[in-house]
Design a protein around this ligand. Structure first.
Ligand code: DAH
Length: 336
């Protein structure tokens, strides 16, 4: 009997096949209900007691040999199956690439334009304090102009808020640096406004600031004209007197868009002019708040909304699209 098992062990170790049917026959022969292993186990009872130990060990060795052989064959055939099915020279599945968000595309373009004339990018926090967002910008408590910007305050601390404009970065930068200063601050801003096709509670702005000796309103106008020519290909601008607490004098800038198409009539309300930003000469009170000598230095600042400019450039009509991230919209900006 023991010799028989030895022979079976040799048979098991010699067996090899990649044919599924042959392997199945091998399994049935050894491991099936009426297979060799069960048969031998059944005979175990008849084995005399003094041989039981040796016999038992032998059977177990055979059983393990059969099982590891079956595992080995299974693995071999499953990898064979993959090799049969897969054409490894076939090109891979195309992975879908994302696209840059139009807000970022235009933001980067605007940064490039100003970088080419010496502006550097400066960042500031989105969660601000009252001083940087309002007070230092010449908007003290109870100043009526605060109402123009519906602010999200932190409930437990009215001193902390979500910045309502990127002008706060002006203050942060001037507190840390002395002139000459030439910075651009892009970023998200927040206002408690009802969401519609024209306005959103989150949007993006770019702030510009230039402080040096003898900076004049003419410098401001030249810079903005350079900018509109570069970005829109339009050099005709006009500056309308306006009011911002942090600049004096202040102006709003319109670009002459033209009246060449029906869309031009619609977006310019038939005037041909489009408003694109606010600007002005930095108020001396602001310079004093950040310890810059207002007798020695002067400067200009400007601020614009990025969404509005993207909408103009790409003729988009609903600001909500920028925040929905619908792939069908984003895909239209691939390659730009
Ligand atoms: N902060 C203003 C706003 O959010 C925009 C602005 C206007 C910024 C005039 C300026 C400026 O720097 O000089 O509406």
């Amino acid at each position: 009997m023991l010799e028989k098992i030895d022979e079976l062990l040799v048979e098991v170790s010699n067996f090899s096949s990649v044919n599924k049917d042959e392997i199945e026959q091998f399994r049935i022969k050894f491991n099936g209900k009426k297979g060799i292993l069960n048969d031998i186990f059944a005979k175990f009872k008849e084995v005399p007691n003094e041989q039981k130990k040796e016999f038992g060990q032998k059977i177990n060795t055979l059983k393990q040999a059969v099982e590891s052989k079956l595992d080995e064959l299974k693995n071999a055939t499953s990898s064979n199956i993959i090799l049969e099915k897969e054409d490894l020279t076939r090109p891979g599945f195309p992975s879908e690439l994302g696209t840059r968000h139009p807000i970022n595309l235009v933001k980067n373009r605007i940064i490039e334009i100003f970088k080419s004339i010496g502006f550097a990018v400066a960042d500031g926090p989105e969660i601000e304090d009252d001083w940087h967002n309002f007070t230092a910008l010449n908007l003290p408590e109870y100043h009526p102009a605060r109402d123009m910007q519906d602010t999200f305050f932190i409930e437990t601390n009215p001193d902390i808020l979500l910045r309502t404009h990127t002008s706060s970065v002006q203050i942060r930068y001037m507190e840390e640096n002395q002139p000459p200063i030439r910075i651009l601050s892009p970023g998200r801003v927040f206002r408690n406004e009802a969401i519609s096709s024209r306005s959103h509670c989150i949007f993006h702005q770019i702030e510009g600031l230039y402080i040096d000796e003898n900076v004049s309103f003419a410098d401001l106008k030249q810079t903005i004209q350079f900018f509109t020519t570069e970005l829109f290909g339009k050099s005709k601008i006009r500056m309308r007197p306006s009011y911002f607490p942090f600049t004096e004098p202040s102006a709003e800038v319109d670009v002459y868009w033209g009246l060449n198409s029906e869309t031009d009539y619609r977006i310019t309300k038939g005037t041909g002019w489009l408003e694109i930003m606010g600007c002005g000469m930095v108020d001396s009170a602001v310079l004093k708040n950040v310890n810059i000598d207002a007798d020695k230095y002067s400067g200009y600042a400007f601020g614009m909304g990025i969404e509005r400019i993207v909408m103009l450039l790409y003729q988009m009509s609903d600001i909500r699209m920028f925040f929905e991230n619908d792939k069908r919209m984003l895909e239209q900006f691939s390659g730009l």
